[in-house]
Design a protein around this ligand. Structure first.
Ligand code: GUN
Length: 299
């Protein structure tokens, strides 16, 4: 038996349609579009590709989409000045500073300078703290938020849920692993976080009914680490010989998993959709309107 594919491209496409409808309703009510401002510093080629994709998708969804491109020689003080200007700007609902920043710029201080109500990346400690405490008026980082949406979609189709499941998160980054674990915990899964110093990782993986892999190493998770009938979410985007490869050995894993996200076409397309969702949420809050709710939250 081969695993069901969790089709992120199609889930993201329908969410993007809904976002475009909601953005248009928002514009009619308020007389302005939701505004996303993205800062990119330096010329990292991968970041340039990601930022162009964010810019295009935001404007396709009917957002005011702006990119501030700055040279790698920008000082910390100059970048802080840019952030302060965006914090004060009425038409900017969401601010995203593309990471990594060039050497010499202190990422944490820059993130903390963003107004938490405009922090659509969900990286500010105020938003991390809200996620930790289960306070729902913050922002959730886009990649784990997208993974959660895919898991909701899959389990809803099965008439099942995450409650009580044994979930394993591979990776402990602030951007993916840690927030993913908190989101799964909030859904009443029983969560383990594994990382580079975890002993006997294959055995731990074989216990997982839900496995989220975010280690950034191509084909790291072997097929025989997958529990029979597991649901596997592969966050990896690794370039191998010009080809995109996930963190999971897909062809072997799909023989054992019940469901799995492909790479590409799984988590990737969800990330920008969640960024637009967060920006739309910020726009509603800033205008005193009730923010829209994700379908999964309404069930
Ligand atoms: N670089 C890689 N992923 C991300 C992300 O989700 N947000 C930002 N700001 N930078 C990134």
């Amino acid at each position: 038996m081969s695993a069901t594919l969790i089709d992120g491209a199609s889930v993201a496409a329908s969410l993007n349609e809904r976002i475009a409808d909601l953005a248009s309703t928002f514009a009619k009510r308020t007389g302005r579009k939701p505004g996303l401002s993205v800062c990119i510093v330096g010329d990292d080629p991968a970041s340039a590709v990601y930022v162009r994709a964010k810019e295009k998708r935001a404007s396709n969804a009917g957002f005011e989409s702006r990119v501030l491109r700055q040279s790698a020689s920008l000082s910390q003080a100059e970048l802080l000045e840019t952030i302060n200007a965006l914090n004060a700007e009425e038409s900017t609902d969401g601010i995203l500073v593309q990471l990594p920043l060039p050497p010499g710029l202190q990422e944490r201080a820059i993130i903390e300078a963003i107004d938490p109500r405009k922090d659509v990346d969900g990286f500010h400690t105020e938003n991390s703290g809200k996620l930790l405490c289960g306070i729902e008026d913050g922002f959730v980082p886009c990649t784990p938020f997208g993974c959660l949406h895919l898991l909701h979609h899959h389990f809803a189709q099965q008439g099942d849920s995450l409650a009580g499941k044994r979930a394993l998160v591979l990776g402990r980054s602030n951007i993916v692993g840690k927030p993913m674990a908190l989101l799964l915990l909030a859904e009443h899964a029983s969560v383990t976080i594994a990382h580079s110093r975890t002993r006997d990782l294959p055995a731990l993986c074989r216990e997982a009914e839900v496995l989220v892999a975010a280690v950034g190493r191509a084909n790291f998770v072997q097929g025989d680490w997958i529990r029979q009938g597991a649901v596997v979410v592969d966050v990896g985007i690794n370039r191998e010989e010009g080809k995109l490869t996930g963190d999971v050995d897909f062809s072997e894993a799909q023989k054992r998993a019940a469901a799995i996200t492909p790479v590409p076409g799984g988590v990737g397309p969800m990330t920008i959709a969640m960024l637009l969702w967060n920006t739309l949420t910020a726009a509603h809050r800033r205008s005193g309107l009730p923010p829209p709710r994700l379908q999964a939250e309404q069930d």
